[in-house]
Design a protein around this ligand. Sequence first.
Ligand SMILES: Cc1cc2nc3c(=O)[nH]c(=O)nc-3n(C[C@H](O)[C@H](O)[C@H](O)COP(=O)(O)OP(=O)(O)OC[C@H]3O[C@@H](n4cnc5c(N)ncnc54)[C@H](O)[C@@H]3O)c2cc1C
Length: 503
Amino acid sequence: MTASISRVIIAGGGTAGWMAAISLARFKTESPLQITLVESSQIGTVGVGEATIPGIVHFNRKAGLNELDFIKATQASFKLGIQFENWYQHDSKFFHPFADFGMPVDGVAFHHYLNRLASTGVPVNYENYSFACILAQQNKFAQPNPQPQSPLADYSYAYHFDASLYAAYLKQQATAAGVQHIDAEIAHVMLKPDNGFIESLVLKDGTVLEGDLFIDCSGFRSLLLGQALGVGYQSWQHWLLCDGAFAVQTTRSGEILPYTRSIAMDAGWQWRIPLQHRMGNGHIFSSAFCTDEQARQTLLDTVEGEVLTEPRKLSFTPGRRDKIWHKNCFALGLASGFLEPLESTSISLVQTALAKLEAFFPSQGFAECDITEVNRLHNLELEQIRDFLILHYKLTGRRDTEFWRHCADMTIPDSLAHKIELYRHRGHVALYDQESFKHSSWLAMYNGFRVLPQQFDAKAAVVPLDLLQQKLSQMRESMETAAMQADSHQTFINRHCPAQTDG
Ligand SMILES: Cc1cc2nc3c(=O)[nH]c(=O)nc-3n(C[C@H](O)[C@H](O)[C@H](O)COP(=O)(O)OP(=O)(O)OC[C@H]3O[C@@H](n4cnc5c(N)ncnc54)[C@H](O)[C@@H]3O)c2cc1C
């Protein structure tokens, strides 16, 4: 144990750094924290990371951000989920909503009734029983109805936002809350000779920043945790083949969609993220199956709208640091690892890692048991996400390119193989501790990739088939009617939260 912790130094001012700054500024400890964030505007930030999952709504709320102000300041739009196109086969699409498909009936999960119907040969699509999917199909948006026990209440939403504007907005809030901001380059990380803890950061102009706790938000460089403390990196590239991306901004053509589009390509996939003032686009690809020039050109050939920026190349190794917390250094964001943005999990991982830091905050010094537990929980969480991402590739029905054939044939982690087998066998969705993606997310994938289990819960057979069909069509009709009454996404934004336009 060491003395109490009061000086926190955050290295890096991207999304991760400013999320850490605002969270810790609002975090109440016995003695107030003195927080300093140092970043180099010369180096800049990664500047992508524009699609999120629903936890961001809670993060912003906890950080004291006003939702309307935030949306206006970041040109944000609402996100009901992700539309996956060409993943199962060319010209196929399915939707992964932030929502359940129906509700349990007599203690039996709803999808078993659907699977029972499907087993009779009737075509069944889970999406017809999710209000969020129906809203998305109709390009509508409504905020969830807080009434419990209503299918109209049973969904969540997230945002798409401009990453640079979000970091700037958080910076404004965090500095107003007392965080000290320094724009300078970190030249050296000094370690204590006796225990190897970080003692200080030395800036290029010679300024020395001493601290008790150091938060590494320095991006892919991982200046503190990786470089100074030598914490290793575990690559998962044998399962997640994509290791490069080109990102480009375009004007928006057509109405603003309430979802992210993920479009499978020959050796990876593209994202399309609708913001109020523009689109964010990118092509994630595997360098083993596609050259940089092919990836860049494919992106430029397929984006809609006018290209506003030069395509930017980003390279990465999918995987994670062996631990996120080592000695007095805690890493967040890209400094701690990276999984491709297929399910928009990176910003959410910053949030959940911060929650762990707060839960195990070393107010009275660093205890090895706290550090071990946080690392265990984080690694487990990341492995579950990894498995969920691999699922997208493994279940593909595509065999038209070498990349997709490789994905379909690859050996997957045992943990994932077990889950798929259980679902194929009896429609059971196995979930473990620390799962970010719950029941409905797995079902969205199985539905989208046309996995029909051999069996369903025997209790679902108790309802007569004609009654089941009648109830299902009533449910579907009531959702469609309710969706028709909702505003279009664009109208909703115009009415409640239009962002300021330039000039
Ligand atoms: C292609 C791609 C697409 C992505 N899409 C999504 C998405 O849709 N959704 C999602 O949740 N996430 C996404 N992410 C991840 C997301 O962008 C990051 O998790 C998020 O932006 C956090 O980045 P960061 O703050 O860790 O790093 P960065 O933005 O790289 O910030 C690093 C900071 O460290 C500073 N720094 C570095 N070295 C020094 C030094 N020597 N001295 C001083 N300062 C220094 C930099 O100036 C900068 O301020 C994506 C990532 C990539 C690569």
